[in-house]
Design a protein around this ligand. Structure first.
Ligand code: FES
Length: 75
């Protein structure tokens, strides 16, 4: 993947924001969810490490948000 590409997955023309939205708005929690919702990483799979990295970061962000909500409810 080119460093200047607007796509995270060039084969299926999937952008980073589509992967992020799949996690944030469509409930994706696994790579299979991302593949089913966006079709990213269903071609040559060269983008798999990048897609996995975005998924991991988004899931970590969700856990922090959940923890923050719990703290808000407890106080
Ligand atoms: S670059 Fe994503 S499947 Fe080929």
């Amino acid at each position: 993947m080119s460093a200047h590409s607007k796509f995270l997955c060039n084969c299926l023309c999937v952008t980073r924001s589509e992967v992020v939205n799949a996690v944030r708005k469509r409930g994706a929690e696994t790579l299979t969810d991302i593949q089913n919702l966006t079709h990213a990483s269903t071609g040559c799979r060269r983008c798999l490490p990048l897609v996995s990295e975005v998924l991991k970061k988004e899931l970590e962000g969700k856990r922090v948000e959940g923890l923050q909500l719990k703290i808000d409810f407890d106080s």
